[in-house]
Design a protein around this ligand. Structure first.
Ligand code: 4NP
Length: 203
């Protein structure tokens, strides 16, 4: 993956498809990745973590949607790292809920990450930690170790543009298939806005 991305970037550099500034950014990212490996946090990239209660419905969907948006945008592809986690550990290792997977598949997504629990060290790696609801925000504040960590916690619903009447991404787990569709509508809406802000370097 790392080598493939580097080869692709070199191809772009050679064929002049990017602006001078974009080429310079790519060059720095490639050199940093080659020197330190992709496990080390790259200061030229943005790291996003999506968090919900169980990490089997909303946050894996947000992870999949954001990965898809980023992969389709040459301003973002290669510059953004995305992951998801849950407040609880009940579903660790599980695939996303079949109802959310079905919902995603009908819109062209493949939600196939494995659930894990959020940990304090996630605040070292991630620049932004997007919570799905206010309970998640409160729980994340309990995981955060200090004010620097707490500043990274954001509410994904604050980035809604077409659904401003919602202030959270409601938990669909005990709901119907329609509740999963609504959750995915909201996630797509907010992730598009987050991607726009990242691409315009406003986030
Ligand atoms: P999520 O949904 O937080 O969007 O992954 C839930 C999944 C599982 C549970 C609650 C919410 N649960 O209670 O097991």
């Amino acid at each position: 993956m790392h080598l493939f991305r580097s080869a692709l970037a070199l191809h772009y550099l050679c064929t002049g498809l990017l602006t001078v500034a974009e080429r310079r950014r790519w060059r720095h990212i490639i050199i940093y990745d080659i020197m330190f490996g992709e496990e080390r946090k790259n200061p030229l990239k943005k790291y996003l973590l999506f968090v919900c209660l169980g990490n089997i419905c909303r946050s894996p969907a947000a992870e999949g949607v954001m990965k898809s948006i980023v992969a389709d945008d040459p301003r973002l592809d290669g510059f953004v790292e995305i992951d998801s986690a849950g407040i609880g550990a009940w579903h660790t290792g599980q695939l996303p809920d079949s109802r959310m997977r079905k919902c995603g598949a009908s819109r062209g997504y493949d939600f196939s990450s494995r659930a894990r629990q959020v940990k304090p060290q996630d605040f070292d790696r991630f620049d932004y930690v997007f919570a799905m609801d206010h309970e998640n925000v409160a729980d994340l504040n309990g995981v955060a170790r200090n004010a620097t960590d707490r500043k990274k916690i954001l509410c994904l619903a604050d980035y809604l543009t077409d659904h401003r009447d919602y202030h959270t991404v409601p938990d669909p787990y005990y709901g119907t298939q329609k509740d999963f569709e609504i959750a995915l509508d909201l996630i797509e809406d907010a992730c598009k806005e987050v991607a726009r802000l990242l691409a315009e370097e406003k986030l």
